[in-house]
Design a protein around this ligand. Structure first.
Ligand code: XMP
Length: 321
């Protein structure tokens, strides 16, 4: 997109939405990450105070992320933000679930359930549900003629049939991440938000291979935090699209303080891509990998092995599930 096309997109979208949504309440699924932030900005220009941004803490977010999202929102927006604390309902529904596709669908459904219960408690009628879906979410979720697809993104194929809203509004659904970043710059969003690391809706549920438990969430959260902390001290943070940790379900033998242990394995993944469709693994300096490995194994009880994923997309996807 060039400068004119960006202006054109913003102006046309705002006019279109203004026309369609005039005087109507719109509930936006707000995650605090770039796509939903840009979506919020565009919708606010179209509907003003009729926009209701709703953020769900599903217990599957990164360390300190809830506080960060709330703080960022306070810094850059004037509308109040509705926050739903839904950790227990998500974790209950995910109990004993192993299949990645099932996890994605459960998370997609629980998000909608949370929005629907908020809606049912309001006296105002809320017919419209908005979300910051982008092109790549749809490309991977949609089945081709021969029935093949890559994965159900929680916000596309993972939505329940009965949405409970009259219509779904997705102003960014024809754009890729590169365009979203250009629009964000045009809207004068701060660098901190533009460079906020992408994260998937199913969150840590699909970064834990196998059953999701609170104990495993704590482990992967901490490992992810340490990895991000070390990368963020370097310029690599500007080059990488995503860098995160995965807790796999393979244990291995180790020795800690002279005693045999049979502990957990953390996988580190760091990728470079512009739009998420194809990605290259990053040749991270050994010095950083060594530091992260030492910190993870000494700071997190129960982890005795750290490995680095050296696969690009394709053939691997960025997330492990
Ligand atoms: P994959 O793993 O498919 O990821 O190579 C491509 C990009 O999409 C993100 N991702 C998701 N985002 N809901 C989302 O909102 C999802 O279900 C989902 N699955 C993957 C992933 O983090 C990467 O940025």
């Amino acid at each position: 997109m060039n400068n004119n096309q960006i202006d054109n997109f913003i102006n046309t979208k705002v006019a279109e939405l203004k026309n369609k949504l005039s005087g109507k309440k719109v509930l936006l699924a707000y995650s605090g990450r770039l796509d939903s932030v840009v979506c919020a900005q565009i919708l606010y220009k179209a509907c003003g105070d009729n926009l209701i941004c709703v953020f769900v803490d599903n217990g599957l977010l990164r360390k300190n992320e809830v506080e960060k999202v709330l703080q960022n929102y306070k810094n850059y927006f004037t509308l109040p933000l509705v926050t739903i604390y839904g950790k227990d309902r998500f974790l209950n529904k995910l109990q004993n679930i192993i299949k990645p596709e099932s996890k994605r669908k459960i998370v997609g459904r629980e998000f909608i359930n949370a929005f629907k219960s908020y809606k049912s408690e309001q006296t105002d009628k809320i017919d419209y549900f908005a979300q910051g879906t982008i092109r790549s979410d749809i490309v991977e979720s949609v089945k081709s003629k021969d029935g093949k697809f890559i994965k159900t993104h929680h916000n596309v194929g993972g939505l329940p049939k009965n949405l409970g809203f009259k219509e779904i509004i997705e102003p960014l659904k024809d754009l890729y991440k590169t365009d979203i970043k250009l629009i964000a710059q045009k809207l004068n969003l701060p660098e901190e938000l533009i460079n906020y690391q992408s994260f998937s809706g199913p969150g840590l549920a699909t970064r834990i291979i196998g059953k999701v438990t609170q104990e495993k969430i704590n482990i992967v959260k901490e490992a992810d935090f340490i990895f991000r902390d070390e990368i963020d001290k370097t310029d690599l943070k500007y080059k990488l699209f995503q860098y995160f940790a995965i807790l796999i379900d393979t244990r291995s033998t180790g020795v800690i303080k002279g005693n045999r242990v049979f502990g957990n394995t953390i996988v580190l993944r760091a990728v470079i891509t512009s739009n998420g469709i194809k990605a290259k693994f990053c040749k991270l300096p050994y010095k950083i990998l060594q530091k992260v490995s030492t910190r993870i194994t000494s700071e997190i009880l129960g982890v005795n092995r750290v490995v680095y994923d050296i696969t690009s997309k394709p053939p691997a996807t960025i997330e492990w599930e």
